[in-house]
Design a protein around this ligand. Structure first.
Ligand code: SF4
Length: 343
């Protein structure tokens, strides 16, 4: 089987170009063609010999769009992608002012088994490759260009779809490098966020290898017992250890860690929960995202009412931690946080 062209970062490509004595500008031209211009035809601007070499030796296949779900409430789009081996993953375009954030999947299913998440019920089937991650982005961009012309502006990349991105670090890191490359999509480092349930081996690699890429930690409860129920890997990598690790990572001046908090009715939405959370995060370079729980078929939890959500935020405000209540988008097509499932 041929390797995928979309598994190559810029330095891999340069090595290949140099090894085969092609004109050194070919790497820049190829990245520009496939990532900046987002073309899906053979690149006409490199030498015939280089073109023949890449056609013979590299696979340019990308995951196919199987189904598109468009929200009727807002302009959220959810894609079900079919991979070469018939596994499927979901990807979401989240609209803001005629622009989009893209929520990418990093694994088929997930091993973390979080109890509030539809993906967790799938179990882990396998890791995605870099090409399958890049494919979600490129195919979603092309869908926008064909179906919402003029709106093909994907300005934020969030690894918050299916899978624990830090559990598939190599492929995710390479995808980040391609997104960041000035010859590729050239997306600013502050526009890329990796979300984690608190997988410490992956956190170590993030802090050593791509620390400028933003991090979001799924916190969801400051109490060990509740967090154990929500995020079972808390038993192996307890929140205190995760926070201690994150606290010693030097951040850029403008960088902060986002702490995600799924607010669940009568489970983690009391004043006591908010106080404990505020005390835990006060004084950190933190930003809290409150996400009212999004139900899915068979889910065991419920969304709290708006008053409860606002009271929770009001308590956090007293700790002077920037806190946002995340608006619900795409829940009518099961595209909101925690609702992805591709079985
Ligand atoms: S919340 Fe994230 S880490 Fe947890 S099961 Fe779902 S996809 Fe996996």
């Amino acid at each position: 089987m041929k390797p995928s062209f979309y598994d190559l970062n810029y330095s891999d490509l340069e090595t290949i170009i140099n090894t085969h004595n092609f004109n050194s500008s070919a790497s820049r031209i190829l990245f520009n063609w496939y990532y900046k211009k987002k073309q899906n035809t053979p690149c006409p601007d490199i030498s015939k010999s280089a073109l023949a070499f890449f056609e013979q030796n590299y696979d340019f296949y990308l995951p196919e769009i199987d189904t598109v779900y468009q929200s009727e409430k807002d302009r959220t789009v959810k894609f079900l992608f079919k991979l070469k081996d018939n596994h499927k993953v979901e990807t979401v375009l989240i609209p803001f002012n005629n622009k989009y954030s893209i929520c990418l999947s990093s694994q088929v299913g997930c091993a973390m088994n979080c109890s509030f998440c539809f993906t967790g019920e799938q179990g882990l089937k396998r890791n995605l490759t870099t090409s399958e991650i890049m494919g979600q982005f490129l195919q979603a961009w092309r869908w926008l260009a064909s179906n919402r012309a003029g709106e093909e502006r994907i300005l934020n990349i969030v690894f918050m779809g299916q899978g624990e991105p830090l559990h598939n670090f190599d492929a995710v890191k390479k995808a980040c490098e391609i997104f960041l490359s000035q010859y590729g999509t050239s997306i600013g480092v502050q526009k890329i966020t990796i979300s984690t349930a608190g997988y410490i081996p992956g956190l170590k690699r993030w802090s050593e290898e791509i620390p400028r890429v933003n991090l979001a930690l799924s916190l969801h409860s400051p109490f060990a017992e509740k967090r154990n129920e929500l995020i079972p890997i808390n038993k192996k990598y307890p929140l205190e250890e995760v926070l201690t690790y994150i606290d010693q990572v030097p951040l850029n001046k403008k960088q902060f860690i986002t702490y995600e908090y799924i607010l669940i009715k009568d489970f983690n939405d009391s004043a006591d929960d908010a106080e404990k959370l505020g005390n835990l995060l006060a004084g950190k370079s933190a930003y809290i995202n409150i996400i009212p729980f999004n139900p899915y078929p068979g889910s065991r939890y419920q969304r709290p009412n708006l008053d409860t959500v606002e009271n929770f935020k009001a308590i956090l405000d007293t700790f002077k931690i920037p806190t946002l209540i995340r608006g619900v988008k795409g829940d009518d097509v099961l595209a909101a946080c925690g609702q992805l499932n591709s079985l």
